[in-house]
Design a protein around this ligand. Structure first.
Ligand code: CP3
Length: 343
């Protein structure tokens, strides 16, 4: 058995106290993050500056002693590495140039060429594997092909998956080629992250919930299963977490259908439901509502305890149901951790 708490959970061990980390744990709710980001200039310059990206990755570890550090980067960098333009409009989130037809897909770079753009990310991981405390697990990540494609097709995020659904309806073959290209690039990217020191990798499918029926099997599960199969062939000992956000009933059996070692679950399902329907298949991660990090108080304590108690019968990694938001109070994060660790 491994000796780090996160690796124990991922190996299927049930623990007295679940290991903890938080999606977006390095982020704008932390004053030290805002200071480093100001020093870097814009968000992408921060992602591609290995010293500063490592620094912001370490900030929440120093402040809170989380059990895992997640690489500071973004899921959209892979689209940029494939040739799409990427920029962050102030206060509006990500923007990308759009791939809308077969010619656009054909014009993307080959998967084998993504390392040219992404090599600073590997350097960030090398720095982190030297500097992290020995008990802290280093997590690398990438977006799932469907979620990355929604940005590459629509040019932006929220409410804009419509463009990706339209492409899929207009030319399913070209759309499938786009997802294949992203999947191939993702195997290259995650494999290089593991070579550079990532001990676990996580695949974020943030818009999985908008895929219905057969589309969920074809464009959420199949690409994730393929990535996992190819990664396991190269790195059999590296555990993989998959996050098909808002998958609802489709969380059931997701471990088995994709080969994921752990399924991360959002907060639209209850811990009781997770314990009954998902945890019997393996490790689960989640699922405190991130709004508790804004509101705090007894409700945060009660809900945190409830999740820990309900999921203590099997392997569990404590996390939020989605990323922590910029308006969160850093003291509430400490309150959550103290509640879990019984301080
Ligand atoms: O979790 C972590 O702390 C690691 C780093 C990380 C970021 N983004 C940093 C980031 C990770 C794992 C991501 C994943 C990501 N990025 C996802 C999947 C997870 C999810 O939240 O659903 C998605 C969809 C993106 C794309 C993206 N990047 C969006 C939609 C935004 C804008 C939203 C926002 O909060 O402003 C980003 C920007 C972004 N990525 C920030 C951070 C810390 C904020 C940028 C800033 O400092 O201004």
């Amino acid at each position: 058995m491994p000796d780090k708490t996160i690796l124990k959970a991922l190996a299927g061990e049930t623990q007295e106290t679940p290991p903890i980390w938080m999606m977006r744990q390095a982020g704008r709710y932390l004053p030290e993050y805002r200071a480093t980001r100001a020093q870097a200039g814009d968000f992408l310059s921060l992602c591609y500056n290995p010293e500063l990206a490592a620094e912001v990755t370490l900030q929440p570890i120093r402040r809170y002693g989380f059990d895992a550090a997640i690489l500071f980067a973004d899921i959209l960098l892979i689209g940029q590495a494939l040739g799409s333009k990427l920029w962050f409009a102030q206060g509006e989130g990500p923007r990308m140039s759009t791939v809308t037809d077969a010619a656009g897909v054909a014009g993307l770079r080959p998967a084998s060429e993504v390392h040219e753009t992404l090599s600073p990310i590997y350097e960030t991981l090398r720095i982190l594997s030297r500097e992290l405390p020995r008990q802290t697990t280093l997590i690398g990540f990438a977006g799932a092909p469907w979620t990355v494609a929604t940005y590459m097709i629509g040019g932006k995020g929220k409410d804009e998956q419509a463009a990706a659904h339209a492409f899929k309806a207009a030319d399913r073959a070209a759309f499938s080629l786009l997802l294949d290209r992203i999947a191939e690039a993702t195997v290259e990217y995650l494999s290089a992250q593991i070579d550079a020191g990532a001990e676990v990798v996580k695949i974020f499918d943030s818009w999985a919930g908008s895929l219905k029926g057969q589309d969920f099997a074809d464009f959420c599960e199949a690409p994730i299963a393929r990535i996992i199969q190819d990664l396991k062939a190269r790195h059999p000992a590296t555990p993989i977490i998959a996050f098909p956000r808002e998958a609802g009933d489709r969380y059931i059996g997701f471990h088995k259908r994709t080969g994921a070692d752990c399924v991360a679950v959002d907060d639209s399902v209850t811990p009781e439901w997770i314990a009954k329907n998902v945890q019997p298949d393996g490790c689960v991660q989640g699922n405190l509502k991130s709004s508790h990090m804004v509101t705090g108080d007894q409700a945060l304590v009660d809900e945190t305890r409830h999740i820990v108690e309900t999921l203590k019968g099997g392997p569990h990694i404590f996390n939020l149901g989605h990323g922590i938001t910029p308006d969160a109070d850093p003291d509430n994060v400490q309150l959550m951790i103290d509640t879990i660790r019984g301080a």
